[in-house]
Design a protein around this ligand. Structure first.
Ligand code: ADP
Ligand code: MG
Length: 244
């Protein structure tokens, strides 16, 4: 139960002269919920995208969901089946129906038989509270509904690890809660989650650990009761002062 499912060592990422990640070491245990907070531009998205190799590290090694992501024999397609990702802008397949958004990835990625893929899709849509929308296109749904579909789609291929990059930042305030409720349920079921968020209430309630990233380094980390309630550094204090 307590084996690390993410292991990042000595991670550096440069875009040209801009060194965005400056030596990140991070282990996440199976079942852990880790919230990543920090100012805009501090490297949160880049760190998340390095975990599933959407960005290639300049230096360092990454293991995730049982895959040696930076090794010479890494099969990233195989690895990404085990690592679900949810984006700020939902990124649903806009030309497909809601049902197909969940069915097609299972068919393509896992070669799941059609009937089974449809059954899984229906079950997951019900679990995230989307009913009677199977034939709709994403644009016909509200932002909160689209994001819940995006979470269900990510879950459809049975990942072992879920990455969330500001999943509620594009939503109207009154519908943020419905997406956070789905994420809370997922955490309660034991999913391992790395979540970039500005929702400090969510972090306080759901995170096992909070990481404060600033200038491409993890400046502070610990349980939310420590990092959020009693930050040790001036950088974390001034950031939290601004967002709380
Ligand atoms: P955060 O998510 O914390 O706001 P990001 O990881 O998105 O921060 O970005 C950190 C820095 O990396 C920013 O200065 C940003 O401009 C730069 N950056 C991110 N992605 C790229 C890219 N693909 N090419 C060049 N620079 C990038
Ligand atoms: Mg970001």
């Amino acid at each position: 139960m307590n084996a690390p499912i993410v292991k990042v060592e000595g991670l550096h990422k440069r875009f040209g002269d801009n060194e965005v990640l400056r030596g990140i070491d991070l282990e996440i245990n199976e079942g852990e919920v880790v919230c990543l907070i920090g100012p805009s531009g501090s490297g949160k998205s880049t760190l998340l995208r390095c975990v599933n190799l959407l960005e290639e590290p300049t230096e360092g090694t990454i293991e995730a969901a049982g895959h040696d992501m930076t090794g010479p024999d890494a099969d990233l397609d195989l690895a990404r089946r085990d690592i679900g990702m949810v984006f700020q802008q939902f990124n649903l397949f806009s030309h497909m129906t809601i049902l197909d958004n969940l069915v097609i990835p299972q068919r393509r990625v896992c070669k799941t038989p059609k009937a089974e893929a449809v059954e899984t899709a229906r079950r997951l849509l019900a679990e995230v509270g989307i009913e009677g929308k199977e034939k709709a296109k994403p644009a016909q749904l509200s932002g909160g509904q689209q994001q819940r579909v995006a979470i269900a789609r990510a879950l459809a291929v049975k990942p072992r690890l879920m990455l969330f990059d500001e999943p509620t930042s594009a939503l109207d305030p009154e519908i943020v809660g419905e997406v956070l409720a789905v994420m809370k349920g997922l955490a309660a079921e034991g999913m391992t989650m790395l979540v970039v968020t500005h929702e400090m209430g969510f972090a306080r309630e759901v995170a096992d650990r909070v990481l404060f990233l600033d200038g491409g380094v993890i400046v502070e980390q610990g349980p939310p009761s420590e990092v959020l309630a009693n930050p040790q550094t001036e950088r974390a204090r001034s950031f939290l002062h601004r967002v709380l």
